[in-house]
Design a protein around this ligand. Sequence first.
Ligand code: NAG
Ligand code: NAG
Length: 357
Amino acid sequence: MAVAIIRILNNSLTMKFIIGDVLIIIFILFITRLPQSFSTTEAIQPSLTRLDSKRSSPSVQESAAKAVLGRFLPTHLHSFHFKIVSKDVCGGQGCFLIENYDGPTENGPEILIKGTTAVEIASGLHWYIKYFCGAHVSWDKTGGVQLASVPKPGSLPLVKDSGVLIQRPVPWNYYQNVVTSSYSYVWWDWERWEKEIDWMALQGINLPLAFSGQEAIWQKVFMGFNISMEDLNDFFGGPAFLAWARMGNLHTWGGPLSKNWLKQQLVLQKKILSRMLELGMTPVLPSFSGNVPAALKTIFPTANITRLGDWNTVDSDPRWCCTYLLNPSDPLFVEIGEAFIKMQIKEYGDVTDIYNW
Ligand SMILES: *[C@@H]1O[C@H](CO)[C@@H](O)[C@H](O)[C@H]1NC(C)=O
Ligand SMILES: *[C@@H]1O[C@H](CO)[C@@H](O)[C@H](O)[C@H]1NC(C)=O
């Protein structure tokens, strides 16, 4: 049996878990003042405010939402009007509002969708065609986009009275798995990515993982630490094994990555990020986990670098197994980690505060 007691003491939250006869007391100290009840949104408010300040302008986001509509339901491009509104409309939260368009509607807009970001507008559009028009929007393998039930322009169903207001219940909707990046997405071109990002926007995803092109960033960073391209060819995994190599499960297998491939992935990543930002999303970028090329040990002989054991690699062959991990308490870890974040900012701009590794 487990019992949890939560008590608020000034700035600290005390939780007592009694599991059998084990008593664990966890004190979590918060820099910011806690309200009466523990509020996650409150704790991340400074991050939310900072990220909001990086958001694309309302006109960029309105155009981006309109472009989603143009690709997804081009026959109704003029049936909807989109408008970015301030979070004040929903008490500081993200939200969308669906209203009847007030004004002359001959061949013009019938429905007005307001949202705090382009993602909110797109998810409001999805809400409208789902609940008012009986349409279905899914991935291709689970039914695809089914829009036959959407009435022709000029006959769209009206919403009642003051309309529909849907407030986002949590600030972030995260999407994507770190391994899918290499098993599936690595084969995608821009056209396929564009379709997926449109789908994300329609589903209300506002915190997508953006893992493409990271080897191109690593190449620039490690070269700054005197690691040669030859050393990197003995480090990066091939396209289908990126996730394995990124996590230090193997190296080299399926590689090397060609110069062209690295360049093309970086170009693709910049396109992906631009679109995510136009839609008001917060991309999640990679960061440093301590996984380093073998040559780093030679260049920095005093660094605390541990060689890992074999973990399910090809024939346990050292050509592919047993990678190297830099200890996180080593000053070199901070140097490399910082250089990586800075190189991303140089290439992509200061677009996020949220990282995954
Ligand atoms: C990299 O090599 C250059 C030239 O040999 C040297 O001046 C520099 O100190 C080296 N940097 C590191 C981080 O070892
Ligand atoms: C070096 O790293 C290993 C493994 O991460 C750790 O156990 C050890 O304490 C570190 N040594 C020093 C001197 O920091």
